[in-house]
Design a protein around this ligand. Structure first.
Ligand code: SAM
Length: 255
């Protein structure tokens, strides 16, 4: 399949407007790969016809954004950030680009190990990954780096048709609520958080979107709350009110 540069630019503008994701030059291959799947699923043969459909069909737009988003994640990723999860200070946590649930469940387990049970809101733009998170069943390859004492305590082995899979125990599952939320176009949650994890998503955004997003997150963070971004991300070069604590850790110290 091929697309013209005009079509690429139309997709690029649409994706940017609807998700903040910056499909810069060089991302044509990625777009074509993911677009072909949507064309196959919808039975539409022409790219222009699909573009027309996207503009009027909210459901298809959501599925298209699902297809475009990159959902790579794993259990206990960048675990050193979890040092900031503290009893009495991290009661209400928002995992704002939660992908398929490995991140919020790792946070939940870390807190249980420290003897407390926060409520965790896990949101993402992609409904596919949210469904996986809600189901909380993962192929065993996904947990190969999870320490064995954690596996024993918080995961159950699948049997029968679920052989080769593990499931999070209900105690962990119950701590996490999954919801679709587009960080760029949706309203922020109607509550205040002690801690916001927004990790490994800003790499897909340009500085304009990053700055807008970090300032919106500021408004739903409690005073003395923490914003945690991914190790490859930073708020330098952006105008913001956070206090820099250490790489990827920012604190709200004034309202
Ligand atoms: C690479 S994953 C990172 C997952 C997890 N935070 C981690 O660090 O392992 C990026 C996630 O951001 C989500 N995402 C991309 N654009 C988004 C947006 N505008 N609003 C909410 N989530 C978005 C993607 O669907 C994807 O699941």
């Amino acid at each position: 399949m091929e697309i013209t540069s005009k079509q690429f630019m139309t997709f690029r503008d649409l994706v940017y407007k609807e998700s903040g994701i910056n499909l810069h030059e060089g991302k044509e291959k990625l777009l074509i790969g993911r677009l072909s799947k949507r064309l196959k699923n919808t039975g539409i043969e022409s790219v222009d016809e699909y573009l027309k459909m996207l503009k009027g069909d909210k459901e298809e737009l959501m599925l298209f954004l699902d297809a475009i988003s990159t959902n790579h994640t794993f259990f206990f990723r960048e675990r050193h950030h979890f040092a900031y999860l503290k009893s009495g200070q991290s009661n209400n946590i928002w995992c704002s680009a939660a992908s398929s649930g490995e991140e919020p469940y790792s946070i939940a387990i870390d807190c249980l190990e420290k003897g407390f049970k926060p409520t965790i809101l896990a949101t993402d733009i992609s409904t596919n990954v949210l469904m996986i998170g809600e189901r909380a069943i993962y192929p065993v390859e996904r947990i190969k780096d999870v320490p064995s004492h954690i596996l024993k305590k918080y995961f159950q082995n699948g049997h029968g048709r679920w052989a080769g899979h593990v499931r999070l125990k209900d105690e962990v599952k119950r701590m996490v609520t999954f919801k679709r939320l587009n960080l760029v176009t949706d309203a922020m949650p109607n509550q205040q958080f002690d801690m916001i994890f927004c990790r490994n998503v800003m790499i897909y955004f340009d500085n304009i979107v990053k700055e807008m997003l970090t300032n919106r997150l500021y408004n739903v963070l409690k005073l003395n709350g923490y914003l945690i971004v991914g190790g490859a991300e930073s708020l330098s070069n952006l105008k913001h009110k956070y206090k820099y604590i250490s790489p990827s850790i920012y604190k709200k110290v004034s309202s």
